[in-house]
Design a protein. Structure first.
Length: 77
């Protein structure tokens, strides 16, 4: 595959920015002390696995979209 503007492929290094931002946003869950147990029953709790899966899928979709955009601007033929 050849590109009309191969110099734009250097922009693929920009894909590191969302990865770095994502890794800095990963935080451990903080434990909070509550005195009212009824309040805890009203709150819907997401599991850590589903929350992390959503974050990783969001990151993958962002990287795919940015990569596709960069390849489109490089104009393959």
């Amino acid at each position: 595959m050849q590109f009309k503007h191969p110099e734009l492929l250097y922009a693929l290094f920009l894909l590191l920015i969302p990865i770095i931002v994502h890794l800095f946003q990963l935080r451990k869950f903080k434990k909070e002390a509550f005195t009212n147990v009824a309040f805890l029953k009203q709150v819907s709790i997401q599991t850590r696995k589903s929350s992390q899966l959503k974050k990783w899928l969001t990151l993958a979709l962002r990287l795919l979209a940015l990569g596709a955009l960069i390849f489109a601007f490089a104009q393959p033929y």
